[in-house]
Design a protein. Sequence first.
Length: 293
Amino acid sequence: MALEFETCDVFTETRFCGNPLAVVQGGAALDGAAMQRIAREFNLSETVFVLPAEAQGADARIRIFTPGAELPFAGHPNVGTAVMLARRRGTTGDAIVLDQAAGRVVARLARDAAGLVTAAEIEAPLPYATSAPLAPAAVAACIGLPESAVLTTTHAPAIGGCGNATAFAELADLAALAAAAPDAAAFRTHLPASACIGIHLHVALPDRRRRARMFGPLVGVPEDPATGSANVGLAGLLLQSAGGECLALEVEQGIEMGRPSRLSLRAWRDAAGAIRAAVGGGVVAVSAGTISV
């Protein structure tokens, strides 16, 4: 059986930047183990399988895999899949609805002057929640830095998220961020895959911007060029820490990998007081083909 696939770069307007994604069509007959093998073959941060919708109101159901694990939700797979699926199907509306293990995701589409879908913004399926505290010493061990490089002023290190559990820590400066390197043995001790998908590090920049790096060595992602699910979690955590009703920021990621990415983030409190968050960015098509299974 041959399955059609496309690849694209997400959170960028420039090919070969951003975070690459494989979008595979027609895999409804595959089980999870087969999907995992295909994701390992692509060896990208994530591979998405587009499946027939099962619930009313959805355009498709998706399953998301890193090279090492299936995820209930992830940001760049939703943004990239929404844009590529809208182009493939000739969607004329302004949204694509994608169901997945963590819940329903609505992607709001953006078009260029010629009407081509070029970007999307998604809202995370779950509100932000902190699930566990994290000691600065544990963060330092996992990323090979002294404990003094881990800040606790804006927020204490913590595990939380909006559908994917992620560890978050703010670092002292860009030099510390650049020097960070994942230690898989320390991850197994302090941040096992059962607790979170990895650690998202960030540093404040001027003008409501931040630079980030994300390491997920235990799920097959030594470093991710742009992590939508982690960044919506970061937006939620920053709003929780700062108080107020809403915030907006831009995060740059992938700089150290030579894959510069730009993510636009929003967080707000809904009518019930829960913190919701959204992430958006551009998508550039890269390749198309078939893969035999």
